[in-house]
Design a protein around this ligand. Structure first.
Ligand SMILES: Nc1ncnc2c1ncn2[C@@H]1O[C@H](COP(=O)(O)OP(=O)(O)OP(=O)(O)O)[C@@H](O)[C@H]1O
Length: 225
Protein backbone atom coordinates (compact mmCIF):
# COMPACT_ATOMS: atom_id res chain seq x y z
CA UNK A 1 0.00 0.00 0.00
CA UNK A 2 1.34 3.43 -0.97
CA UNK A 3 2.31 5.51 1.99
CA UNK A 4 0.95 9.01 2.33
CA UNK A 5 3.69 11.58 1.93
CA UNK A 6 4.16 13.54 5.17
CA UNK A 7 2.92 17.11 4.73
CA UNK A 8 5.80 19.53 5.05
CA UNK A 9 4.90 22.95 6.43
CA UNK A 10 5.61 25.87 4.12
CA UNK A 11 8.68 27.73 5.43
CA UNK A 12 7.82 31.00 7.14
CA UNK A 13 8.27 34.20 5.13
CA UNK A 14 8.63 36.11 8.40
CA UNK A 15 10.28 34.30 11.29
CA UNK A 16 10.49 36.05 14.65
CA UNK A 17 12.55 34.40 17.37
CA UNK A 18 13.03 35.26 21.00
CA UNK A 19 12.30 38.98 20.83
CA UNK A 20 12.93 40.50 24.23
CA UNK A 21 12.64 44.18 25.08
CA UNK A 22 12.83 45.98 28.40
CA UNK A 23 12.47 49.67 29.20
CA UNK A 24 14.43 50.35 32.39
CA UNK A 25 13.59 47.49 34.72
CA UNK A 26 10.28 46.69 32.99
CA UNK A 27 10.41 43.73 30.63
CA UNK A 28 7.75 44.39 27.99
CA UNK A 29 8.50 41.48 25.66
CA UNK A 30 10.01 38.26 26.91
CA UNK A 31 11.14 35.91 24.16
CA UNK A 32 8.34 36.32 21.62
CA UNK A 33 8.33 33.86 18.69
CA UNK A 34 6.02 33.95 15.70
CA UNK A 35 5.92 32.88 12.06
CA UNK A 36 3.98 34.32 9.14
CA UNK A 37 3.80 32.35 5.90
CA UNK A 38 2.93 33.66 2.46
CA UNK A 39 -0.85 33.67 2.02
CA UNK A 40 -1.39 33.96 5.76
CA UNK A 41 -2.31 36.71 8.23
CA UNK A 42 -1.30 36.74 11.87
CA UNK A 43 -2.85 39.12 14.40
CA UNK A 44 -1.15 40.52 17.48
CA UNK A 45 -3.68 41.35 20.18
CA UNK A 46 -3.65 42.37 23.83
CA UNK A 47 -4.52 45.20 26.16
CA UNK A 48 -3.14 48.76 25.99
CA UNK A 49 0.51 48.79 27.00
CA UNK A 50 1.06 45.05 26.51
CA UNK A 51 3.85 45.66 23.99
CA UNK A 52 2.17 45.14 20.60
CA UNK A 53 3.62 48.23 18.90
CA UNK A 54 6.98 47.61 20.55
CA UNK A 55 6.94 44.10 19.08
CA UNK A 56 6.20 45.38 15.57
CA UNK A 57 8.89 48.04 15.91
CA UNK A 58 11.45 45.45 17.02
CA UNK A 59 10.42 43.10 14.19
CA UNK A 60 10.93 45.70 11.43
CA UNK A 61 14.08 47.19 12.96
CA UNK A 62 12.56 50.53 14.03
CA UNK A 63 13.49 49.64 17.62
CA UNK A 64 16.39 47.50 18.85
CA UNK A 65 15.39 44.37 20.69
CA UNK A 66 17.58 43.47 23.68
CA UNK A 67 17.62 39.90 22.40
CA UNK A 68 16.19 37.92 19.50
CA UNK A 69 15.42 39.06 16.00
CA UNK A 70 13.49 38.45 12.83
CA UNK A 71 14.17 37.29 9.28
CA UNK A 72 12.26 37.88 6.07
CA UNK A 73 12.71 35.14 3.49
CA UNK A 74 15.74 34.04 5.49
CA UNK A 75 17.45 37.45 5.58
CA UNK A 76 17.84 39.53 8.75
CA UNK A 77 14.93 41.97 8.76
CA UNK A 78 15.59 45.67 8.87
CA UNK A 79 13.18 47.91 6.98
CA UNK A 80 16.02 50.26 6.07
CA UNK A 81 17.98 47.66 4.06
CA UNK A 82 17.35 48.00 0.30
CA UNK A 83 16.98 44.23 -0.21
CA UNK A 84 14.31 44.07 2.51
CA UNK A 85 12.50 47.26 1.52
CA UNK A 86 11.44 45.67 -1.76
CA UNK A 87 9.47 43.00 0.10
CA UNK A 88 8.09 44.90 3.07
CA UNK A 89 5.41 47.56 3.50
CA UNK A 90 4.92 48.94 7.01
CA UNK A 91 2.16 51.23 8.31
CA UNK A 92 2.65 52.24 11.92
CA UNK A 93 0.65 54.66 14.05
CA UNK A 94 1.23 57.90 12.26
CA UNK A 95 2.97 58.83 9.08
CA UNK A 96 4.49 62.22 8.35
CA UNK A 97 3.44 63.53 4.98
CA UNK A 98 5.14 66.23 2.94
CA UNK A 99 3.04 69.34 3.60
CA UNK A 100 3.33 70.54 0.01
CA UNK A 101 2.57 67.30 -1.86
CA UNK A 102 -0.98 66.33 -2.75
CA UNK A 103 -2.51 62.93 -2.06
CA UNK A 104 -1.86 61.67 -5.58
CA UNK A 105 1.68 63.09 -5.58
CA UNK A 106 2.46 61.19 -2.37
CA UNK A 107 1.24 57.91 -3.79
CA UNK A 108 3.04 58.51 -7.08
CA UNK A 109 6.27 59.21 -5.22
CA UNK A 110 6.04 56.05 -3.13
CA UNK A 111 5.08 53.86 -6.09
CA UNK A 112 7.90 55.15 -8.29
CA UNK A 113 10.52 55.13 -5.50
CA UNK A 114 9.74 51.46 -4.99
CA UNK A 115 9.89 50.71 -8.71
CA UNK A 116 6.25 49.73 -8.95
CA UNK A 117 5.59 48.61 -12.51
CA UNK A 118 2.62 50.53 -14.02
CA UNK A 119 2.83 53.06 -11.18
CA UNK A 120 0.16 55.38 -12.62
CA UNK A 121 -2.38 52.61 -13.07
CA UNK A 122 -1.68 51.17 -9.63
CA UNK A 123 -1.98 54.60 -7.96
CA UNK A 124 -5.28 55.35 -9.70
CA UNK A 125 -6.65 51.94 -8.74
CA UNK A 126 -5.67 52.33 -5.09
CA UNK A 127 -6.99 55.92 -4.95
CA UNK A 128 -10.39 54.72 -6.11
CA UNK A 129 -10.39 51.67 -3.88
CA UNK A 130 -9.39 53.56 -0.75
CA UNK A 131 -11.96 56.31 -1.39
CA UNK A 132 -9.53 59.19 -1.89
CA UNK A 133 -10.17 59.95 -5.57
CA UNK A 134 -12.24 63.06 -4.78
CA UNK A 135 -9.51 64.53 -2.58
CA UNK A 136 -6.56 63.34 -4.69
CA UNK A 137 -5.47 66.92 -5.44
CA UNK A 138 -5.64 68.10 -1.82
CA UNK A 139 -2.74 68.61 0.56
CA UNK A 140 -2.49 66.34 3.64
CA UNK A 141 -3.27 69.25 5.97
CA UNK A 142 -6.71 69.59 4.38
CA UNK A 143 -7.69 65.93 4.92
CA UNK A 144 -9.74 64.57 7.79
CA UNK A 145 -7.89 62.28 10.22
CA UNK A 146 -9.62 59.23 8.71
CA UNK A 147 -8.62 60.34 5.22
CA UNK A 148 -5.01 60.74 6.38
CA UNK A 149 -5.19 57.20 7.74
CA UNK A 150 -6.50 56.03 4.37
CA UNK A 151 -3.58 57.81 2.68
CA UNK A 152 -1.12 56.04 5.00
CA UNK A 153 -2.68 52.66 4.15
CA UNK A 154 -2.78 53.55 0.44
CA UNK A 155 0.97 54.26 0.61
CA UNK A 156 1.50 50.60 1.52
CA UNK A 157 -0.85 49.31 -1.17
CA UNK A 158 0.84 51.17 -4.06
CA UNK A 159 4.22 49.52 -3.54
CA UNK A 160 5.38 46.00 -4.33
CA UNK A 161 5.42 43.84 -1.19
CA UNK A 162 5.42 40.29 0.11
CA UNK A 163 4.72 41.21 3.72
CA UNK A 164 2.43 43.92 5.09
CA UNK A 165 3.03 44.99 8.70
CA UNK A 166 0.18 47.11 10.08
CA UNK A 167 -0.26 48.70 13.49
CA UNK A 168 -3.97 49.22 14.24
CA UNK A 169 -4.87 49.76 10.57
CA UNK A 170 -8.54 50.20 11.54
CA UNK A 171 -7.79 53.27 13.69
CA UNK A 172 -9.93 56.26 12.71
CA UNK A 173 -11.59 54.43 9.81
CA UNK A 174 -15.38 54.54 9.58
CA UNK A 175 -17.49 51.37 9.42
CA UNK A 176 -17.28 51.16 5.63
CA UNK A 177 -13.54 51.76 5.82
CA UNK A 178 -13.07 48.85 8.24
CA UNK A 179 -15.20 46.61 6.01
CA UNK A 180 -13.10 47.61 2.98
CA UNK A 181 -9.90 46.97 4.94
CA UNK A 182 -11.07 43.48 5.86
CA UNK A 183 -11.80 42.65 2.22
CA UNK A 184 -8.50 44.18 1.08
CA UNK A 185 -6.46 42.14 3.56
CA UNK A 186 -8.25 38.91 2.69
CA UNK A 187 -7.50 39.68 -0.99
CA UNK A 188 -3.88 40.32 -0.02
CA UNK A 189 -3.66 36.78 1.38
CA UNK A 190 -5.45 35.26 -1.59
CA UNK A 191 -2.87 36.90 -3.87
CA UNK A 192 -0.14 35.16 -1.86
CA UNK A 193 0.83 38.09 0.37
CA UNK A 194 1.50 37.83 4.08
CA UNK A 195 0.07 40.12 6.76
CA UNK A 196 1.14 40.81 10.33
CA UNK A 197 -1.25 43.19 12.09
CA UNK A 198 -1.84 44.63 15.51
CA UNK A 199 -5.53 45.30 16.08
CA UNK A 200 -8.08 46.05 18.77
CA UNK A 201 -10.94 45.17 16.40
CA UNK A 202 -11.97 41.60 17.22
CA UNK A 203 -14.24 41.43 14.16
CA UNK A 204 -11.45 42.46 11.81
CA UNK A 205 -9.03 39.99 13.40
CA UNK A 206 -11.57 37.16 13.10
CA UNK A 207 -12.25 38.03 9.46
CA UNK A 208 -8.62 38.38 8.37
CA UNK A 209 -6.27 36.47 10.66
CA UNK A 210 -5.47 32.78 10.55
CA UNK A 211 -3.75 32.89 13.93
CA UNK A 212 -3.33 35.35 16.76
CA UNK A 213 -0.49 36.04 19.16
CA UNK A 214 -1.81 37.39 22.43
CA UNK A 215 0.42 39.64 24.53
CA UNK A 216 -0.13 40.51 28.16
CA UNK A 217 -1.61 37.07 28.86
CA UNK A 218 -1.14 33.62 27.40
CA UNK A 219 1.82 34.04 25.03
CA UNK A 220 1.16 31.04 22.78
CA UNK A 221 -0.08 31.61 19.23
CA UNK A 222 -3.55 30.18 18.65
CA UNK A 223 -5.81 29.48 15.68
CA UNK A 224 -8.70 31.85 15.03
CA UNK A 225 -12.17 30.43 14.62
N1 LIG B 1 10.59 54.31 24.25
C1 LIG B 1 9.98 53.90 25.37
N2 LIG B 1 10.47 54.18 26.59
C2 LIG B 1 9.89 53.72 27.72
N3 LIG B 1 8.78 52.97 27.73
C3 LIG B 1 8.25 52.65 26.56
C4 LIG B 1 8.80 53.09 25.31
N4 LIG B 1 8.05 52.60 24.30
C5 LIG B 1 7.06 51.90 24.89
N5 LIG B 1 7.17 51.91 26.23
C6 LIG B 1 6.30 51.24 27.18
O1 LIG B 1 6.16 49.90 26.79
C7 LIG B 1 4.84 49.45 27.04
C8 LIG B 1 4.26 48.87 25.77
O2 LIG B 1 4.01 49.92 24.87
P1 LIG B 1 3.38 49.62 23.43
O3 LIG B 1 3.19 50.92 22.76
O4 LIG B 1 4.20 48.59 22.77
O5 LIG B 1 1.97 48.98 23.86
P2 LIG B 1 0.74 48.53 22.95
O6 LIG B 1 0.39 47.14 23.35
O7 LIG B 1 1.05 48.79 21.52
O8 LIG B 1 -0.37 49.53 23.49
P3 LIG B 1 -1.69 50.17 22.81
O9 LIG B 1 -2.71 49.08 22.72
O10 LIG B 1 -2.07 51.21 23.82
O11 LIG B 1 -1.29 50.76 21.50
C9 LIG B 1 4.07 50.65 27.60
O12 LIG B 1 4.01 50.52 29.01
C10 LIG B 1 4.90 51.82 27.19
O13 LIG B 1 4.81 52.87 28.11
Amino acid sequence: MARKKPRTAKPALLAVRGITRAFGDRTILDGVDLDVRSGEAVGVVGPNGSGKSTLLRCIVGADDADAGGSTLAGHPLDERLPGIRADLAVVMDDIDFFPDLSVVEHLDLVARAHAQPDAEEVVNGVLAEVGLMEVSGQLPSTLSSGQRRRLALASAFVRPRRLLVLDEPEARLDTDGVAWLGERLVAEKQAGGAVLMVSHDAGLVARVCDRVVRLGGAAEPSDVG
